[in-house]
Write a protein that binds this ligand. Structure first.
Ligand code: MLT
Ligand code: ZN
Length: 460
């Protein structure tokens, strides 16, 4: 290590794995945004809590910024290291530490992949219900740092609901043991919930105790073709009324176009403006009959014009692929992503206003909508026209985002539903949080991380 700061770190923590290999710097210095050029000082691979504490204390002494790094599947630049920071990857801290059958909790290290958590829960005939397409790559520490949502929020809520305990190393190197898996703990400020969603700006999660639950009954998946925007939420209201919903997701014909071009099977002969993927419990024949009755009712009302119900797990998976494959199918087009939310009741009015705005501002650009419409969360992806310089494209999109922020404001929404603020949404934090709230955030940050070494420049 030629850099004297790294030489000092290696001296302090002789067993700590460090890398300055160009491939590692590139790989660990960025997330899925691909907008910033990675330029970290080095990558640290701690294997123990003590090493994480040692790194934080060294960083305070040397004035080096730290970027905690999970699976780097983030879409807001929250895990980007572009200014000589030390990336602290939790890849080596990826084990299941404990399972408690009475508490129904799983204690894990932060670098474990979400899918590995799912598998570990299933070994005990339980489930960890937070789920989304990046499950194979994203890590639980990153999920906690962003309060990740996903496709089952409609039934199970966000990550926050499933974190029963957290061990966190603060920006001063202090180890906190937060809530310790207690169901009831009325003892003042719950720092666990402060850390969840703090995007690595307060400290580094080094252990999490996750609540598990019983698996749901058998389910079926329904794909519905919807002829008009105003029918979407009518279908949702009816589905919520007559089915036991586990998921309710939507996407547009443009999204289907890209996912089919990427290898998925076209579900219907004809094109339709909107599609819904709904998953619902089918514990018995009565529930199956109710699902058919729901479908026929929607057909009769003209809210749905075609549909398919899965009759096997393989068919359910192929219907899910149409929704879950969208992000990957769009990636080659360097999408500019908006991740917005409004209250569920405000979705129809907001969507109508938003469609008018986007049609006016992006007349010749491919704009792809999809998302968790049952949570009031829409993903709007603007695809970069070929040949257009990326910086010019981003500047154009940011102008439209500023207009979108006004629309969101009118409908009481948020500029970031589940992807986080990171670097991408920073200019608009003030559209969601008041000046007083942001001042409190800064004050909290100053107490937890007085030297500003934790994920500098993100969120605030
Ligand atoms: C999703 O819902 O698929 C994720 O939030 C990823 C994305 O928005 O691209
Ligand atoms: Zn999403």
């Amino acid at each position: 290590m030629t850099d004297p700061r790294l030489a000092e770190l290696a001296r302090l923590l002789p067993d700590l794995k460090l890398s300055t290999e160009p491939g590692d710097l590139e790989h660990h210095g960025r997330d899925w945004t691909r907008r910033w050029t990675p330029a970290p000082l080095a990558i640290a691979y701690p294997a123990t809590v003590a090493e994480v504490q040692g790194i934080v204390r060294w960083a305070n002494g040397q004035g080096v910024g730290l970027v905690p790094s999970g699976g780097r599947t983030g879409l807001s630049g929250g895990a980007v290291a572009a200014h000589g920071e030390l990336v602290v990857t939790l890849d080596r801290m990826n084990r299941v530490l404990d399972f408690d059958p009475i508490d129904r909790t799983l204690t894990v290290q932060p670098g474990i992949a979400l899918e590995a958590v799912h598998n570990a829960a299933r070994e005990h005939s339980l489930i960890y219900p937070v789920d989304f397409a990046a499950r194979g790559s994203c890590q639980i520490g990153g999920n906690i740092a962003t309060n990740a949502g996903g496709i089952r929020v409609i039934r199970y809520g966000n990550t926050r609901q499933w974190v029963a305990g957290l061990k966190v190393v603060t920006g001063t190197g202090e180890l906190l043991d937060l809530n310790r898996g207690l169901v009831k703990n009325a003892s003042g400020y719950d720092f666990r919930h402060l850390v969840i969603g703090s995007e690595g700006t307060l400290g580094i999660v080094v252990e999490a105790t996750l609540s598990l639950t019983s698996p749901p009954p058998p389910s079926q998946v329904m794909l519905l073709a919807i002829p008009a925007m105003d029918a979407l939420m009518k279908v949702f209201a009816e589905a919520r009324h007559s089915l036991s919903l586990g998921a309710f997701e939507f996407f547009t014909d443009r999204a289907l176009h890209h996912v089919v071009a990427h290898g998925a099977r076209r579900p219907f002969e004809e094109d339709h403006p909107f599609y819904v993927v709904a998953e619902f419990d089918v514990p018995d024949a009565a529930a199956e009959a109710a699902a058919l009755a729901f479908f026929e009712f929607c057909l009769g009302e003209g809210w749905v014009v075609d549909g398919v119900i899965s009759s096997s797990e393989a068919q359910a998976a192929s219907l899910w692929r149409l929704r879950e494959g969208i992000t990957e199918s769009l990636a080659p087009h360097k999408p500019y992503k908006n991740d917005v939310s409004v209250r569920i009741s405000a979705v129809p009015a907001f969507m109508a206003d938003m469609q008018t705005l986007l049609a006016a501002e992006y007349p010749d650009v491919d704009v792809v909508w999809f998302g968790h419409i049952g949570d009031g969360n829409l993903h709007i992806n603007v695809l970069k026209p070929e040949g257009l310089d990326n910086a010019v494209f981003v500047a154009q999109c940011e102008h439209v985002t500023s207009l979108l922020v006004d629309t969101l404001h009118r409908h009481g929404g948020s500029i970031s539903a589940e992807h986080g603020i990171g670097l991408v949404k920073k200019p608009w934090l003030g559209s969601v949080r008041s000046e007083a709230e942001i001042a409190l955030m800064r004050g909290i940050k100053a107490v937890w991380d007085p030297n500003g070494i934790m994920n500098p420049g993100k969120l605030l």
